[in-house]
Design a protein around this ligand. Structure first.
Ligand SMILES: *Cc1c(COP(=O)(O)O)cnc(C)c1O
Length: 505
């Protein structure tokens, strides 16, 4: 074996010293040129996003790139970059496009992308420590508190997204309400099993959280909703009473501020009152709607959110931060730290130097943490929070604009009254049977995707299948919504006439 290349071998006297390697380039100027090219291409990519398809399917030769085996040896980075320009960049899911309205995602922004780049260049680990990035991380958490009207004394942490932010909040709730030291003894030691409550419109991440927290899916009771898909307070009270009588420990109500299906916002003030009366923890899943608090025309919709015990919000949605960044806030900072800290309080950081600061990993599940704050910080500094608030108002106004277009078009039917920026509707021309509508609307949705015109998703609300447009996008214009309605009507007509032609007598 060649000694020089065998791992773990050391040079012994008399041998040639082992050649030391690094990942840095020999030629920084070549890397500089490629970096400039990358930035130029990236600017063009975003500038021209509107003229590209929202989405397109990948040909076989593109997919083949992602089946190549583990590279064993080096290849020039220029070639790698060009392969990505050809095979990766043209095939996104599409959420940076002005006509992407599927599920609920932010549309990213270039300044945020620069933030991610600089964060990676500095290479900071936000597990904690006495450095500038750690101060910025805490500053962004403080800004999140301020945006939703939480007290400065509250605590918080940046996490990967809304699912993790919800998990953090529910974890604290479980520990506080367990009645025992659940960290030490586990859920099995509880004499009265905990019960959590949310509406039947609750996001699926809460089920995962209940499972991960050892309480199980059934410990999360789904409460029916009213006509506007908000949690039914009478049914909630009845469920709590029933559980108490049956020997369970009602512990936490999860309010949704903006459901993913329809954008329904539970009555947060009423739920805060109910939680106080019933001595329950109030967690607000504000992944969609918490940030409506910064939108002047619509902030009233989330009044009461500041009364929560914990809140999950999602800067990679309505602040358009590049993925990933979510934020968990907890009113009682000691309860938050108490749920996760593994550094005893007495183990003070050093009086000076790199460790003279709190450990940020004491507020969540991660040890090493990415520098997520920078992309949020830069975009907030650049535009100011007021602009983000106006953009949220703009998206909600666009949701209502689309609703008006749908109501003015006899072949379209609104399925749920629009609350915020999520519009649920279907193509329903006269003479088409109810049974045939789902397949017809799915076909329209798929053709819109495949033609790269618009990205929609679909859902079922109170038993009715529908198309769903969620406008969380700072690039969308009203003309894009005009086009959507035209295209849907045209595609629907086309699908019906070819199928009638094929099956007709
Ligand atoms: C998006 C969303 C989540 C999950 O957030 P991620 O950032 O995707 O993990 C949770 N709840 C609601 C209401 C959401 O819209």
């Amino acid at each position: 074996m060649d000694k020089k290349n065998s791992a773990g071998s050391h040079s012994i006297p008399g041998d040639q010293p082992r050649l030391e390697e690094t990942l840095d380039p020999d030629d920084w100027s070549g890397l500089r040129a490629l970096s400039h090219q990358t930035v130029d291409d990236a600017v063009d990519y975003l500038r021209d996003v509107r003229i590209r398809p929202v989405w397109q399917s990948m040909p076989a030769d593109v997919k083949a790139l992602f089946e190549q085996p583990l590279p064993r040896s080096a290849s020039p980075v220029e070639g790698i970059y060009h392969a990505l320009v050809e095979n990766l960049l043209p095939y996104p899911l599409g959420n940076v496009h002005p006509r992407f309205w599927a599920w609920f995602m932010g549309a990213s922004n270039f300044t945020g992308a620069l933030g991610d780049f600089l964060a990676a260049v500095q290479g900071s680990n936000l597990g904690g420590g006495n450095h500038a990035a750690a101060l910025m991380d805490q500053q962004v958490v403080n800004w999140c508190k301020e945006m939703i009207g939480f007290p400065v004394s509250a605590s918080g942490t940046l996490v990967s997204g809304g699912s993790m932010a919800n998990l953090i909040g529910l974890n604290v709730a479980r520990n506080i309400k367990a009645g025992i030291d659940v960290r030490e003894h586990g859920v099995a030691a509880m004499t009265r099993p905990l019960r959590f409550y949310g509406s039947e419109q609750i996001h699926s991440c809460h089920r995962k959280a209940m499972e991960a927290l050892g309480m199980g899916n059934r410990a999360l009771r789904r409460i029916p909703t009213d006509a506007e898909l908000r949690i039914d307070l009478t049914a909630l009270r009845a469920a709590i009473a029933e559980d108490r009588a049956a020997g369970f420990q009602p512990a936490c109500v999860i309010a949704t501020a903006g459901t993913v299906n329809t954008g329904a916002i539970d009555d947060l003030t009423a739920l805060a009152d109910l939680a106080t009366e019933e001595r329950l923890w109030l967690h607000v899943d504000g992944c969609i709607g918490a940030l409506i608090a910064i939108a002047p025309e619509n902030a009233y919709r989330v009044a009461g959110i500041e009364r929560a015990d914990s809140i999950a919000l999602d800067p990679h949605k309505w602040l358009h931060a590049p993925f990933e960044v979510g934020c968990a806030l907890v009113r009682d900072a000691a309860a938050h730290r108490g749920a996760f800290a593994v550094t005893p309080e007495y183990l003070k950081a050093t009086p000076r130097g790199m460790a003279a600061a709190p450990w940020l990993f004491d507020y969540g599940l991660q040890n090493s943490r990415g520098f997520r704050a920078l992309k949020v910080w830069m975009a907030l500094k650049e535009h100011g929070v007021e602009k983000f608030g106006r953009l949220i108002d703009q998206n909600i106004a666009q949701g209502h604009y689309l609703t008006d277009l749908i109501e003015a078009e006899p072949r379209l039917e609104l399925v749920v009254p629009t609350n915020i920026n999520i519009v649920c509707f279907r193509y329903r021309p006269k003479g088409v049977e109810e049974d045939a509508l789902k397949a017809l609307n799915l076909e329209i949705m798929l053709r819109l995707q495949e033609a790269g015109i618009a990205a929609l998703s679909d859902t079922t609300v109170h038993g009715v299948h529908c198309l769903r447009v969620a406008i969380c996008n700072h690039r969308t214009r009203r003309e894009d919504l005009d086009l959507l309605v035209q295209e849907i009507v045209q595609l629907g007509h086309q699908i019906l006439s070819t199928s009638r032609g094929a099956t007709g007598p």
